[in-house]
Design a protein around this ligand. Structure first.
Ligand code: HEC
Ligand code: HEC
Length: 431
C-alpha cells in the first residue's frame, strides 16, 4: 500500500517525532537546571539583600536614635539612669553582637526580644508625643532585628560582645524612676505645701495673683505630679544649684519674698525640702553610680495641720532664734517613745512669744503613721520638750539636729487640740 505521505515528509515526521521526545527531555532538564540555578541565585541575592537591608535599617533608623540629642521614650518613666541610646553602639556588628550577648535580642524569635519589651512599656495615661516616639523606636528596632537575625554574616560574627545597656545597679535605676521620685516629692514637699497654700494655691490666692501675677500659683490643686513638673520647668527647683532653688530661697528670705519668712534654714520643713531637691539634682545629674550612694529615706513621716500651739513668756533674749517644740503623748506606759507632733519657728522676742501650727509626726510604717493622716491629735495629757538654736548652728549646717545641748526645758499640760488659729493651745515657757 502506498503511503498517504510522500516519503520525504514521512521521514521528516519520523525524525521530528523521534527527536521530539529527546528534545523535550533535554529541555525539561535544562529548565530544571535553570530553576535550580535561579533558586540558588535568588537565595544568594536574598542574603545579599538582607545584609544590605539590615545595614540600611541600622544606618537610617537606629543610628539616628543613638545620635539624637533628645531623650528616648524611656525618659517618660525613667528620670535618669536608662536611655535607649545606651543599647546602641556605633556599628551594626558591635550593636548586634552585644545585644545578643546581653540577652536583649532573641535570635530565634526576633519579635520576642527583650529590648522590644523594654521599648513597648507604656504608661497608664498615654501621652501622644511620647507614644509617637515610642512607636518609631519600636518599629525601627523590630525591623532592624528581623533583618539582622536573617543575616548569616551578622549571626556568625566573631566580634566580642561588649557590655551594653545601663552599667549601674538596678537599685539606682529604681531610685531614678519617675514614680519613685514623685513618691519622694509627695513625702517631702507636697505634704508641707499646705503652709504656702494661702498665697500659692489657685483656689485661695486670687488677691495675690491680681497683685503679683500668675506665677504665684505654683501649686496645682490636688496634683502633686503637675506641681513638680511646674517647679522644675519654671526653675523653682534648680537641678544645677539645688541649694539656690527659689523654693528654698524665697520662704527663708535669702531673697526677697512678699510672703515673708515662712521657713528657717535648717528647720524641719527646710530639711525635707532639701532632702528632695538635693536628691532630685543628684538623679538628674547622674551622680549615683552605686547603691550605697543613694540617700536613705527619713525614718519619720509627717502631716501639716491647722492645730495651733502657743508658748507665752519666752525670754526676750531668744528673739529671732529657732525654737523647736517636740510633743510626747501620755500612754499607759508613760510618755510616748517618739514625738507625736513637732513645730519649729523663730521666737518673737518683743512679745515674749512663740506660736505656730503643728505637724503631726510618726515613725514610718508605724500604726501612728496611719492615724496622723486624720490630722487630729487625741485629747489628753502631753509633754512638750523645747529646744532653741542659740548659736546659729543650723545656719552653718542645715542638716544638724537640735539635741541635748540645745534643750531649754519642758512642760506638761492637757489639751483637746481644737483646730484653728483662733483656738490655740497655750502653755507657759518653763521657769
Ligand atoms: C511606662 C513606664 C516605663 C517605660 C516607658 C520604661 N520603663 Fe523601664 N522600668 C519601668 C518599671 C516600672 C521598672 C521596674 C521593673 C519591674 O519592677 O518590673 C523598670 C525597670 C527597668 C530596668 C531595670 C531592670 C529590669 O529588668 O527591670 C531597665 C534596665 C529598664 N527599665 C530599661 C528601660 C528602657 C531601656 C526603656 C526605654 C526603651 C524603659 N525601661 C522604658 C517602667 C518603664
Ligand atoms: C502670705 C502669703 C504667702 C505665703 C504664706 C507664702 N508666700 Fe511665697 N510668695 C508670696 C507672694 C505674694 C509672692 C510673689 C512675690 C514674690 O516673689 O515675693 C511669692 C513668691 C514665692 C515664690 C516665687 C514664685 C515665682 O515663680 O516667682 C516662691 C518660690 C515662694 N513664694 C515660695 C513659698 C513657699 C515655699 C511658701 C511656704 C513655705 C510660701 N512661699 C509661702 C506670698 C506668700
Amino acid at each position: 500500500m502506498k503511503s498517504h505521505f510522500p516519503l520525504p515528509l514521512t521521514l521528516f515526521l519520523i525524525v521530528v517525532i523521534g527527536c521530539g521526545k529527546a528534545e523535550q527531555e533535554r529541555r525539561e532538564a535544562a529548565k530544571k537546571n535553570l530553576e535550580e540555578i535561579g533558586k540558588a541565585l535568588e537565595q544568594h541575592s536574598a542574603k545579599e539583600r538582607e545584609a544590605t537591608v539590615s545595614l540600611a535599617i541600622f544606618e537610617k533608623r537606629i543610628l539616628p536614635i543613638f545620635q539624637s540629642a533628645k531623650p528616648s521614650s524611656c525618659s517618660e518613666c525613667h528620670l535618669s539612669g536608662v536611655d535607649l541610646k545606651e543599647y546602641i553602639r556605633p556599628t551594626q556588628q558591635q550593636t548586634f553582637v552585644s545585644l545578643v550577648g546581653a540577652g536583649m535580642i532573641d535570635t530565634e524569635n526576633p519579635d520576642e526580644s527583650k529590648i522590644l519589651r523594654f521599648i513597648s512599656r507604656s504608661p497608664d495615661k498615654p501621652n501622644l508625643v511620647t507614644d509617637k516616639v515610642r512607636k518609631e523606636e519600636y518599629d525601627a528596632f523590630q525591623a532592624w532585628i528581623r533583618a539582622a537575625v536573617a543575616d548569616p554574616k551578622l549571626l556568625a560574627s566573631k566580634s566580642e560582645a561588649a557590655p551594653i545597656g545601663p552599667q549601674i545597679p538596678d537599685e539606682v535605676i529604681r531610685h531614678a524612676r519617675r514614680d519613685r521620685v514623685l513618691a519622694s516629692f509627695i513625702d517631702n514637699i507636697w505634704t508641707e505645701v499646705g503652709r504656702c497654700a494661702a498665697c500659692h494655691s489657685p483656689d485661695r490666692n486670687q488677691k495675690q495673683v491680681k497683685e503679683h501675677g500668675k506665677q504665684v500659683s505654683w501649686i496645682s490643686l490636688n496634683d502633686p505630679r503637675a506641681t513638680l513638673s511646674y517647679m522644675v520647668e519654671n526653675d523653682l527647683i534648680d537641678a544645677n544649684k539645688p541649694a539656690e532653688s527659689l523654693l528654698l530661697m524665697k520662704p527663708t528670705l535669702q531673697v526677697e519674698h512678699e510672703g515673708g519668712q515662712k521657713m528657717v534654714v535648717g528647720d524641719r520643713t527646710y530639711k525635707q525640702f532639701r532632702r528632695f531637691i538635693d536628691d532630685y539634682a543628684g538623679i538628674v545629674q547622674g551622680k549615683y553610680k552605686q547603691a550605697n550612694q543613694l540617700p536613705s529615706q527619713s525614718g519619720e513621716v509627717s502631716v501639716v495641720t491647722e492645730i495651733w500651739f502657743k508658748i507665752e513668756g519666752v525670754p526676750a533674749k531668744y528673739d529671732k532664734m529657732l525654737l523647736q517644740a517636740d510633743l510626747y503623748r501620755q500612754t499607759d506606759s508613760g510618755w510616748s517613745e517618739f514625738r507625736v507632733a513637732s513645730s519649729d519657728r523663730l521666737v518673737f522676742g518683743p512679745k515674749n512669744l512663740w506660736q505656730h501650727s503643728l505637724s503631726l509626726t510618726a515613725p514610718r510604717g508605724s500604726k501612728w503613721a496611719k492615724e496622723i493622716e486624720s490630722k487630729r491629735l487625741p485629747p489628753g495629757r502631753y509633754l512638750v520638750k523645747l529646744y532653741i538654736d542659740q548659736v546659729g548652728k543650723l545656719q552653718k549646717d542645715y542638716a544638724t539636729k537640735l539635741g541635748d545641748d540645745d534643750f531649754v526645758g519642758q512642760v506638761e499640760f492637757e489639751s483637746r487640740w481644737p483646730a484653728g488659729y483662733g483656738r490655740m493651745t497655750v502653755v507657759k515657757f518653763p521657769e
